[in-house]
Structure formats: structure tokens, C-alpha cells
Ligand binder design. Structure first.
Ligand code: HEM
Length: 375
């Protein structure tokens, strides 16, 4: 159901939403111009949350403007899942049910489900009454009243012979929400961090941006983005060094030979994406940040599965294009406007496992406004 909603033409319609939220992010960052040091990670996470909420449900939770109950609950659910994973006693349902973690999780789930259900019910009613979406809700979608992901699901549900309950639809919307905000904001955060550590590479990115945009601060178009080939290499190289989903699990469908060992069908295996990305046979200096690893020549020389941040095969990431577009828009806007200096060294940056691999102590940076020749 989700996959068909990710048709390219639909993804393109989300770029207005990304741009509008990116503009708010830039305004918020203005307040940090005088800071000696600040953590840019929460800014990126809140921006990603607003983007995903608007694209998923067509409503804003205004995460960038404050703290909504829904936003806190989304974060709390991630935290309770992680706490459970870290505490083997809680792997048993019967023990977990009596824990405070379970109570916290249920409380947060109630808020999240209640919010999603109310949006779905309201949308369904509007469709029955053929009321077009209210002005506030569509403002982010521009004049043409672009549909949210939820509307596409409701279209599909109406056309399907199988009845869909609100809970079925809610599950799809929640999957989109949870898979889509932490992953893309962390990916963007690591790219910002690495560019902040490597001024010479940041300068090269800026020169590319300048060649496409000049000193304009206009929203990037699809055509602009397709010209930013070096920035694209930067985003890939960042995901290579910091794959935000570092390990995935699979159950073997058939007997498989691995390194001379026969692993029987039905075995659960972990695939260590981070280790694949740091394999010196594929990336000669595996710990060095080198965007040229993704130049067309270097890419052509490598095995196609040497770089798999979005997994591969049937259950790969369906939000890959969305995530890449979002990251390119955010980075191309941010680095046109600001110079970024990272105040942590790569060896000091601690990562912690959550639903995705997050920077444990955030991303500490200092920013200054870019000077253009006409300034
Ligand atoms: C840089 C950002 C992202 C990365 C690195 C990433 C990575 C991944 C990976 C590795 C998987 C496979 C997980 C597994 O098999 O256990 C996955 C699945 C998935 N991702 Fe992403 N993702 C990103 C962004 C997004 C976004 C923005 C969305 C939605 C808008 C999204 C939606 C999904 C969904 C729905 C699945 C499950 C697909 C399925 O089970 O068939 N992802 N992602």
C-alpha cells in the first residue's frame, strides 16, 4: 500500500512543503548567529518532524515553533522502545507489561494514535462532504492544494475492494512518520557535521551552489538539485561513514552459504551495513571523509552492494528518494546562507543507537553568514 503512494510524481509535489519548512529553519538559525556554540541537531529534527507531519497527514504540529504534545509523544515512543531493547528483562511481554516503561509507552501511544485517528476521521468526513481542505492546512502545499500522503491512502482505500479500517490507515501513516523523520534528520545532521569539520570540502560545495544559484536565496528547483552533483556525493559519503540505520535483520528464505558455512533457511541474520561501508576492499581509506568516493568513475568500479544505506532487495527503504530530496534541499539552502564550523572532532562525536543512530551529544557548531561578492 505504501509503495504506490511513493510514486515519483507524488514525491515531487512534496518539495514545496520541504522548502517552506526549510525557510522556517533558516529563520530560526538566524537567532544563533551570535552564539559561540550551539546544537544544530534539534533544529534539524524539528524541521524534519514538521515536514513529515505535513506530508503524511496534511497538518502541521509546529514542531519548529514550540513543543506540541504530539511531538513529545513521538519522541517518547522512540525512547521507550530503545529502553526496552536495552533491558533484556523487558523482552518478555509479561514482565514488560508491569513496568513503568510500558506505562510511559502506552501513554505516549494514546496521544499519537488519538491525534492520527482524529486527523483521519476529519479527512474522511471532509471527503464525504466534499469540503476542500481548510486554508491553514493547505498553505504549505501551495495554490494547487497538493494531497498529503494520507489523502493518497484514502483514495486507495476507496478504490480497493477490501475494506480499510481507520486503524489500518493509521498504521500506514504511523510507519511513514516513524521511519521518516529521525532517519532523514540524522542523515542531514551528519552531513552538516562532516562539512563543518572539512572547510575545504565545504568551500567546494559552496562554489558549486554559487555556480547554480549565484547569490539568490530562492527555493531550489528539481533542475537545480540535479546540477548539484558534488553535494550529492557529500550526502552519500556522509551516509557511508554514518549509516543512520547501521544494522538490519533478515530471515533467510533458503539455505545460504556464507564464507564457507552453510546457514539454514529460517535463520535470523543481522546485516551490518556500517561494516560493509567501512570495508577497505571497497573504500581504500574507509575512515576518511572523501566525497570523491562517489564520483561516477569510482562508483562504476565498485560492487553495487558495497554501499547500502537504504538496504537492498524487496524490503529496501521506500522513502529513499524522499529522504534524498529533503537532504539536498536542506543542505543546499543552509550552505548558501551560512558557513558552518563543527566544534567536535570526528573522534569526539559519540553516536547512540535509537530507532536510528543518533549523535549522542548533538552536533555542536558555530555559524556565520556567507558573504557574497555584491554584499
Ligand atoms: C536518510 C534517510 C533514511 C535512511 C538511511 C533509511 C534507511 C532505511 C533502511 C535501511 C530500511 C530497511 C530497514 C529494515 O529492513 O529493517 C528502511 C525501511 C523503510 N523506510 Fe527508510 N530510510 C530513510 C528515510 C526514510 C523516509 C524519509 C521514509 C518515509 C518518508 C522512510 C520510510 C521507510 C519505510 C516505510 C520502510 C519500511 C519498508 C518495508 O518494510 O518494506 N525512510 N529505511
Amino acid at each position: 500500500m505504501l509503495t504506490s503512494a511513493f510514486h515519483t510524481s507524488i514525491l515531487n509535489s512534496f518539495s514545496d512543503t520541504i522548502n517552506e519548512n526549510c525557510k522556517i529553519l533558516m529563520e530560526k538559525l538566524e537567532n544563533e548567529l551570535d552564539s559561540e556554540e550551539f546544537n544544530i541537531y534539534p533544529y534539524l529534527t524539528n524541521c524534519a518532524l514538521d515536514i513529515i507531519c505535513q506530508t503524511a497527514m496534511g497538518v502541521s504540529v509546529n514542531a519548529q515553533h514550540g513543543t506540541s504534545e504530539y511531538m513529545k509523544a513521538v519522541k517518547e515512543i522512540s525512547r521507550t522502545m530503545l529502553r526496552r531493547e536495552m533491558n533484556p528483562w523487558w523482552w518478555y511481554d509479561s514482565v514488560h507489561y508491569f513496568s513503568s516503561n510500558y506505562a510511559d509507552q502506552q501513554k505516549a501511544l494514546k496521544i499519537v494514535h488519538g491525534f492520527t485517528d482524529s486527523v483521519i476521521e476529519r479527512r474522511k468526513l471532509e471527503r464525504v462532504n466534499k469540503i476542500s481542505y481548510s486554508k491553514n492546512e493547505t498553505a504549505a502545499y501551495g495554490e494547487k492544494q497538493k494531497k498529503a500522503f494520507l489523502d493518497l491512502l484514502l483514495d486507495m482505500a476507496e478504490e480497493s475492494s477490501k475494506p480499510f479500517t481507520t486503524a489500518d490507515i493509521r498504521e500506514e501513516v504511523d510507519t511513514f512518520m516513524f521511519a521518516g523523520h529521525d532517519s532523514s534528520s540524522s542523515a542531514t545532521a551528519y552531513a552538516v557535521f562532516l562539512l563543518g569539520c572539512h572547510p575545504e570540502i565545504q568551500e567546494k560545495v559552496f562554489q558549486e551552489l554559487y555556480s547554480v544559484f549565484g547569490s539568490s536565496d530562492r527555493f531550489p528547483t528539481k533542475a537545480d538539485i540535479s546540477q548539484l552533483t558534488y553535494l550529492e556525493c557529500v550526502t552519500r559519503e556522509s551516509l557511508r561513514l554514518y549509516p543512520v540505520v547501521p544494522v538490519i535483520g533478515r530471515i533467510l528464505a533458503e539455505d545460504t552459504e556464507l564464507d564457507g558455512y552453510l546457514v539454514p533457511a529460517g535463520t535470523t541474520i543481522d546485516i551490518n551495513i556500517s561494516a560493509i561501508h567501512h570495508n577497505a576492499n571497497h573504500f581504500p581509506e574507509p575512515n576518511k571523509f572523501n566525497p570523491d568516493n562517489f564520483s561516477p568513475e569510482n562508483k562504476a568500479k565498485r560492487h553495487p552492494f558495497a554501499f547500502v544505506p537504504f538496504a537492498a532487495g524487496l524490503r529496501n527503504c521506500i522513502g529513499r528518494k524522499f529522504a534524498s530530496d529533503e537532504e539536498m534541499i536542506l543542505l543546499s539552502t543552509l550552505f548558501r546562507k551560512y558557513k558552518v564550523v563543527s566544534l567536535q572532532k570526528p573522534e569526539e562525536l559519540m553516536v547512540e543507537p535509537d530507532l536510528v543512530m543518533r549523535p549522542k551529544n548533538g552536533i555542536k557548531v558555530r555559524i556565520s553568514r556567507r558573504q557574497y561578492p555584491s554584499d
